[in-house]
Design a protein around this ligand. Structure first.
Ligand code: NAP
Length: 424
């Protein structure tokens, strides 16, 4: 029976994506919820929807179609429901499994830490996935940005980001300091604030499992565990150990460790095997600059992932165009990594690449890789033609500055002009 909603109107000619035996079952006409978001959200999301729909149409010659369903969060939700994140929105995303999302304003003060964090926590979207690759023509601060082609899996729920902390001089901070002294003889300065860094076997294994499965599905070459285990042995060091454990216990026939690569295979990677390696986080930051092409899929705890994602994106000049997704066991929300840029709202000026590429991740997630590839090609061609929005135009030589919607139309034109390979 169809799910009943109070204010939402699911398209009657669409079907929901289901989960069966641990796999997504995607119909040809999936209903996909979309949050337009605040500020520049609506204008970039609209372009993304047009581009995605056009690519799907072209790739499958009309045999597949996304049925979009607007669901509400942020200011639009406040007007319609009287609250920023209505229960019905969460219910719809859970029911339909996959969603596209524009940026949301973080309300200052009040109960919410952030709507985005609340969404991730409520739906247990434990993997923040960020692909980082180069779009030719985008200005970059390094000599060879094209060497970068990685996918970061950042743990989203644990680590020092769990929000367990106490203010200096608070009763609770004093209690903790006293407890540590009485029970363990550990002395902490009295004027300290205290934070806790939990990293669990469960949280680590489900994240690393996802990263390895992704590497297998997408025919990637390696998964690197990035940690600071030399200093934080029982949290970050354990992250590394549990990561290797899940690799050995669950993917033994598909993986080899870096050590085995040299000891058993003389450094020559067998075609069907994925190499599991690990690097200390500080080393990783220099390796990604000096030996960029040696890295592929990376899995890391929350804080490392936060820093590393932006540093890597900056290297390809793509902080403003970088896509992202937050994914749980099955539910995935794909969203731009930038915010609502309120000063540009309604001006039809900003760059929609970040949200479009997040849509590409969404298409890959549901297995519509042909449409995904068409879009990446279309964007690359448009950027190469130097038809770009203000942010790229101001850094490129001889570029033509175009509006948000115009950029989308050029990408669609390039998609439609792409010849399809016929399947035999
Ligand atoms: P922001 O909205 O990302 O904007 C900062 C600057 O980044 C803009 O002024 C603009 O730079 C550039 N920019 C962002 N998006 C762009 C685009 N699509 N095309 C071209 N340039 C773009 O960050 P913020 O001002 O710190 O945050 C504003 C609000 O967004 C806050 O309420 C914040 O909480 C929220 N936010 C939401 C999310 C989310 O929903 N996931 C993420 C981050 C922030 P120039 O002015 O230099 O051109």
């Amino acid at each position: 029976m169809a799910m009943k909603f109070e204010k939402l109107e699911p398209p009657s000619d669409g079907k929901r994506i289901r989960v069966k035996k641990g796999k997504l079952i995607v119909p040809d006409n999936p209903i996909i919820p979309v949050i337009y978001g605040d500020g520049i959200g609506p204008e970039v999301v609209e372009v993304a929807i047009n581009v995605l729909s056009a690519a799907v149409d072209h790739a499958y010659q009309g045999n597949k179609k996304i049925k979009w369903l607007e669901v509400f969060a942020g200011n639009r939700a406040k007007e319609l429901y009287g609250e920023l994140l209505p229960e019905e929105t969460l219910k719809a995303i859970k029911h339909y499994c996959v969603a596209l999302k524009g940026p949301l304003t973080t309300p200052i003060g009040g109960g919410f830490r952030s709507l985005n964090v609340t969404l991730r926590q409520t739906l247990d979207l434990y993997a923040c996935v960020r692909p980082v690759y180069y779009l030719e023509g985008v200005p970059s601060p390094v000599k060879h940005p094209e060497k970068m082609n990685i996918v970061i899996f950042r743990e989203n729920t644990e680590d020092v980001y769990a929000g367990i902390e106490w203010k200096k001089d608070s009763e609770d901070a004093k209690k903790i300091i006293e407890f540590l002294y009485q029970e363990f003889g550990i002395r902490i300065r009295e004027d300290s604030g205290i934070g806790v860094k939990p990293i669990s076997e469960f949280g680590t294994k489900r994240l690393v499992r996802k990263a390895i499965q992704y590497a297998i599905d997408m025919r990637r070459k390696s998964v690197t565990l990035v940690h600071k285990g030399n200093i934080m042995k029982y949290t970050e060091g354990a992250f590394r150990d549990w990561g290797y454990e899940v690799a050995k216990d669950e993917f033994d026939d598909r993986i080899i460790t870096e050590q085995e690569l040299w000891e058993k295979y003389d450094g020559k990677q067998p075609e069907e095997k994925i190499v599991i390696k690990d690097r200390l986080a500080d080393n990783m930051f220099q390796q990604i600059l000096t030996r960029t092409e040696e890295y592929d899929v990376l899995a890391m705890p929350n804080l490392n992932g936060d820093y590393f994602s932006d540093a890597a994106a900056a290297q390809v000049g793509g902080l403003g165009v970088a896509p992202g997704g937050n994914i749980g066991d099955y539910i995935g929300i794909f969203e731009a990594t930038h915010g609502t840029a309120p000063k540009y709202a309604g001006l039809n000026k900003v760059n929609p690449i970040s949200i479009i590429l997040s849509g590409v991740m969404m298409l890959e997630y549901i297995g519509w890789n042909e449409a995904a590839k068409l879009i990446v090609k279309g964007i690359k061609k448009t950027v190469k033609q130097k038809l770009v929005t203000y942010d790229l135009a101001r850094q490129m030589k001889d570029a033509t500055e175009v509006k948000t919607a115009e950029f989308g139309n050029y990408v669609i034109k390039n998609i439609k002009e792409t010849k399809l390979f016929k399947r035999i």
